[in-house]
Design a protein around this ligand. Sequence first.
Ligand code: NAD
Length: 512
Amino acid sequence: DHFGIQESLKKLGIQPKNLGASTGVNWQESGETFISSYSPADGKLIAEVQLANKDSYDALIEQAQKAFIQWRKVPAPQRGEIVREIGNALREVKADLGKLVSYEMGKSYQEGLGEVQEMIDICDFAVGLSRQLYGLTMHSERPGHRMYEQWHPLGIVGIISAFNFPVAVWSWNAALAWVCGDVCLWKPSEKAPLSGIACQKIASAVFAKHGMPEGICSLIIGDYKVGEMISHDPRVPLVSATGSTRMGKLVGQAVGSRLGRSLLELGGNNAIIITAEADMDMAIRGALFGAVGTAGQRCTSTRRLIIHSSVFEEVKTRLANAYSKLVIGNPLDEKNHVGPLIDQDAVNMYLAATKKVMEEGGKVVVEGGVLKGEGYESGCYVKPAIYEAENHYQIVQHETFAPILYLIKYETIEEAIAIQNGVPQGLSSAIMTLNMREAEAFLSVAGSDCGIANVNIGTSGAEIGGAFGGEKETGGGRESGSDAWKAYMRRQTNTINYSSELPLAQGIKFDI
Ligand code: NAD
């Protein structure tokens, strides 16, 4: 244990066996079986977690409903103060939580720390926001009347999150939802349950310290079945779900069938256009981090490079050269660039994709494969691979959650944009160019159709200040910065008549 994992687990309150349902500082026994969380870094068992069931779910919901009645009355800036303290508590455990995220999920320690930093940043953002939940005032068409709108909390926000950002996605939702006056019930990914338990302990201690009721911050560990309980439950007015498009379609339908609200953050198929006028050093660096960072397991990972034919060979050679220098290994060891995939299923999907692209006519640029031997005992380490491919290949149209990069050639900027947009997903996109006309065409109404469009920055690594999310099969939801908070509140339009007449709108006459 030369990375000090046991010590960090202890500081975070992770036991060898943990319960999986909590209303805050109270944890409930469900009587169900335990699931094991193994590290993809070394294949070792980290700890076990008891699955929750329908009874535990109902108990959490009832407590959350009660808590909402109290929490919604706490003035928003006071709610912000509590979120400020959660941010401070996260500052204190940044190194330990970053390490747990890295060890349980497999991203590099630096990226684990980055994820916790993102949680701290969104808490700070939410504190400021707690004094800025603005509505507009309007001029009434009737004399002696005033119109305005106000924003009220919704109730319980169900948060379903994916394994690849096991802590940050929760905080993007929860920090905003709390200042908005909502209470949260979080179902983390069953592939990274311990990171969820650690966060629950940190946040719930702050609520308890302020004498706040149990149920403002609840956690439930389970698989898709618990996710289904949330998506079908009319007691949960908003379901924020992050994960695959397959999951998002099911959740969207379930929530839609009861006319609830869903906020969907689903798969991406992100591309960088590299034009003949790109700063080539920057383009290569941006593409490299985008494609192999987090072992290709970011929703914003770069999956396609759309390259002008005049620089195609140069990009190919320089990328192949850069890939040959990548060091693959334990993500906690800072000399390594690329860590493992999350589990064996992910390795199998990676292998299937490398086979499929060849069947469809792809050409190998950098060969993939599974790594074996010392340091790779978990069986989850794979080599980042590059293929020359065409955009219409089935496998290119599909998001494979692994470090596989497809190189696609183009001639005109219009063609490049059409290729970029020619996939079902619409999350992140980028262009590398020093030519203003190309950059502006890419950002124009006829340009990228994604929720995120960058110039001279890769596709991954968003800041919390902007609204995050994407179009088409990415689900259309927006989280985090800008005015994303509005999704967590209900808008009410108020008209007040302070005159002694009762005029009708549109001048309608109704006299008796
Ligand atoms: P996943 O879809 O397998 O699981 C995500 C979550 O959904 C888990 O908590 C899971 O238990 C739950 N779930 C699964 N089926 C469900 C159902 N029928 N009803 C309710 N809940 C259900 O995804 P994953 O493998 O954990 O994560 C990878 C995926 O997440 C990728 O597609 C990635 O692009 C996407 N992702 C998107 C964003 C974004 O912001 N757009 C961010 C991170 C990850």
